[in-house]
Design a protein around this ligand. Structure first.
Ligand SMILES: Cc1cc2nc3c(=O)[nH]c(=O)nc-3n(C[C@H](O)[C@H](O)[C@H](O)COP(=O)(O)OP(=O)(O)OC[C@H]3O[C@@H](n4cnc5c(N)ncnc54)[C@H](O)[C@@H]3O)c2cc1C
Length: 496
């Protein structure tokens, strides 16, 4: 007896998107989520009157016409979810210089061209290429034959041309000033990669998903997004089972036929979708003997993205010193040293850090007259000092010291303090090594090389940041939509 048409493992934003769209088609969809709360990385927590968003602080594609906006509209949630535009989007602080980044591409190009007048043409060219690649990538059909390069090179010429290239190579083609190259590369840190490693395709996704429809944050707390999507899903007849951890994907005659939860409960479905860590999906839930050795080797050789150390603070007073809520602070003008340390399992002395003041845009995050801060560093999973009390205390002190140079008396103003490490993110989401964005967006793992949503096991599909297009909320919404599209058409054609 079938329990549903589609079983989805994980109620991350991709799982919820995919679930909503399939439920909207009238299919019976069941989502299992190991936590009490939905949303995965996209969640919030409260302490002593303060609210904190665990991870997602800024979102692309939420303003009118953007991908997330369109989804929210389709789910009838436009009156229930509101987004606050962040303009300017971010401020970068270098020794002796501040650069404000607009969330509008034309303004951003103008700011950079005023600072580097001789490089105007190169700057424009870079964004032209990124936009074109993003557009081509967005037009790829959900069930593309990835292995037919001729169809790719003629229909998607830029995507094909840049498929093996890094963003640094694109920069070298068009601009020469080293500081300009650094500024143009800053947002590669959203994928936790330096310009010499991030793929052009990965960078196109990061830049264009922000510039296409502005940068926003959710009014209220970010967990409202999965919560409201969950309501919409259940209203359409879908069912979410919280606190239900899946431990096995059931395989019969080489096909996925359902799942087994911790506790032994088995469920049957025509299709199984995994929104969870890809390695766990295959090595633990499926089992190595059920998929080809070539796929096994591919998975073993793939590299996850780095993670974060985050310090959340509730502090006394307003933060008037900073005109914008999102700030990035650098101690020099180089990015590569920081990444070298991460590769060596260290966090660089003087590492750049993010300083966010979420209560500045969302005053409900803090009681009256108080503020929330979120200070974070890129972090390796295996940390030389160990993610123990001593290592954590040292990083917290470092962040508070550095932030004190911008926010006076910070040390004395701290009321509450919560730290999370890559281990916290791993525990909460199940993403191995606490990877913040699934597979690292290096050329061999992005664009047409990303792990496909169609797996070697019939009736088993992937969705979320371990498959294409990649990490970030706008990208996993796209992933959920594309997975739903493939499943919908296969079910219609009776192919599952
Ligand atoms: C610290 C941090 C900061 C970030 N900042 C931003 C940002 O500002 N903007 C942005 O756009 N993106 C940001 N991201 C990235 C973004 O949050 C993720 O790429 C995205 O949320 C991933 O969504 P997903 O649906 O693929 O999976 P996930 O969010 O990983 O969800 C997977 C779900 O599956 C569940 N699960 C796992 N194992 C099982 C199991 N066996 N059985 C049942 N359920 C299971 C998990 O509990 C989880 O709910 C950030 C990420 C992190 C970690």
């Amino acid at each position: 007896m079938l329990d549903s048409d589609v079983i989805i493992i994980g109620a991350g934003i991709a799982g919820l998107t995919c679930g909503c769209l399939l439920a909207q088609k009238g299919l019976r969809v069941l989502i299992f989520e190991k936590n009490q709360k939905m949303g995965g990385c996209c969640t919030s927590f409260q302490k002593e009157g303060f609210s904190f968003d665990l991870s997602v602080q800024s979102l692309g594609e939420c303003q009118e016409g953007g991908r997330i906006w369109k989804l929210i509209k389709r789910l009838g949630l436009l009156d229930h979810l509101h987004f606050i535009p962040l303009e300017p989007a971010r401020e970068y602080h270098f020794p002796g210089q501040r650069i404000i980044q607009s969330s509008h591409l034309e303004t951003h190009i103008e700011t950079l061209s005023t600072l580097f007048p001789k490089e105007r043409r190169g700057i424009e060219q870079i964004y032209k290429v990124l936009r074109k690649i993003f557009d081509e990538y967005s037009q790829l059909p959900s069930s593309l034959d990835w292995f037919n390069p001729t169809s790719l090179s003629s229909q998607y010429p830029l995507l094909f041309h840049y498929k093996e290239k890094t963003f640094e190579q694109l920069l070298d083609e068009h601009v020469s000033n080293p500081f300009l190259k650094m500024i143009l590369s800053i947002r590669s840190s959203y994928a936790l990669l330096p310009p010499e490693e991030i793929s052009v395709v990965g960078m196109a996704g990061i830049e264009m998903s922000y510039f296409n429809h502005g940068v926003s944050c959710v009014r209220g707390v970010v967990e409202d997004l999965p919560l409201k999507m969950g309501y919409a899903f259940e209203k359409m007849g879908g069912k979410i089972v919280p606190k239900e951890e899946v431990e096995k994907i059931l395989i019969e005659n080489k096909r996925a036929i359902g799942t087994r939860s911790v506790g032994g409960q088995e469920y049957r479905g025509r299709v199984v979708v995994s929104n969870i860590d890809a390695r766990t999906t295959f090595f633990t839930l499926v089992g190595e003997n059920h998929f080809p050795s070539s796929y096994r080797s591919k998975l073993k050789g793939m590299r996850p993205s780095y993670s974060y150390f985050i310090l959340y603070l509730g502090i006394e007073g307003e933060v008037e010193e900073l005109p914008v809520s999102n700030n990035e602070i650098f101690s020099d003008r180089e990015l590569s040293k920081e990444y070298q340390s991460l590769r060596d399992h260290r966090i660089l002395e003087g590492a750049p850090f993010y300083l966010l003041v979420p209560s500045k845009v969302n005053p409900s995050h803090a009681p009256r007259g108080k503020s929330t801060l979120c200070l974070s560093l890129k972090a390796p999973y295996e940390f030389e000092e160990g993610w123990n009390q001593r290592g954590v205390r040292r990083l917290s002190q470092y962040l508070i010291e550095r932030a004190s140079t911008i926010i006076p008396n910070l040390k004395k103003r701290v009321l509450i303090k919560i730290e999370t490490t890559p281990l916290t993110i791993e525990r909460w989401t199940g993403n191995h090594e606490g990877a913040a964005y699934g597979w690292a967006q290096i050329p061999g793992q992005s664009g047409i090389h990303r792990l496909p949503r169609i797996t070697p096991i019939p009736n088993l599909f992937l969705t979320g940041h371990w498959t294409s297009p990649g990490g970030g909320i706008a990208a996993v919404v796209a992933s959920g939509e594309l997975t739903a599209e493939v499943i919908g058409s296969r079910l219609e054609r009776g192919e599952v």
